[in-house]
Design a protein around this ligand. Structure first.
Ligand code: VGL
Ligand code: ZN
Length: 207
């Protein structure tokens, strides 16, 4: 069993990010059994959920003439446009049916403000809205976070970078995540960036 100051953070393991979903991440389903095994080892298990209103500004369809993968500006920031995904109340926003949820302490939802995207489980991309995740970890004396889930090059990366910058000892469980890879090397670049910022890159086998 891991220690009480350590939490497993499961990022966005939702149907729309699984093969067959609206914003499918290749091999996203393969991480589910690994995450289920990991959960048994942690005293604290916390999840995030991408949870957009149907008119979210990150959806290409909200911007006439634009397609998924194209860039716009949203909340003053460069924004890649996505297919409609993880709409509140839809099956695509639900967690993968085989993902174990019984030991979850908390679910932090993000992406609810239509005017700004929110990759990190802590803050929106403009760093204005706060989900309460940092305060929750601090109140529970958790100082180390082990991050897994989808997608490596977006929500996993931003969550890990925020965790590290907030002072948490941060671990990425490399075999329990997969990348969207809009560009084929995005996943590798995300790992490099995290490593460079002092995030530990580990395997589930070492947990
Ligand atoms: C995500 C793109 C858009 C993610 C969420 O969970 O990585 N990616 N919304
Ligand atoms: Zn999203």
């Amino acid at each position: 069993m891991r220690k009480a100051n350590e939490a497993l953070l499961i990022v966005d393991v939702q149907n729309d990010f699984i093969p067959g979903g609206a914003l499918a991440v290749s091999e996203g389903d393969l991480i589910v059994p690994i995450i289920n095994q990991l959960q048994e080892k942690f005293q604290h298990v916390i999840a995030t959920q991408d949870f957009h209103p149907s008119d979210h500004g990150s959806f290409a369809i909200q911007h006439p003439g634009k397609n998924p993968g194209e860039m716009i500006e949203l909340a003053g920031l460069p924004q890649v446009l996505w297919q409609v995904h993880c709409v509140q109340g839809s099956q695509g926003a639900d967690f993968h049916p085989e993902l174990e949820t019984k030991s979850w302490e908390m679910i932090f939802q993000k992406g609810k403000n239509p005017k700004v995207d929110s990759y990190s489980g802590f803050f929106d991309n403009a760093r204005r809205g706060d989900t309460g995740l940092a305060a929750y970890l601090q109140e529970n004396q958790i100082d180390s976070v082990f991050i897994c889930g989808l997608a490596l090059d977006y929500c996993v990366k931003f969550t890990a970078l925020d965790a590290k910058s907030l002072g948490f000892d941060t671990y990425l469980i490399e075999d329990a995540t997969r990348a969207v890879n809009l560009s084929p090397t995005d996943g590798e670049l995300a790992i490099q960036e995290m490593k460079q910022k002092g995030i530990h890159i580990i395997s589930s086998k070492s947990i």
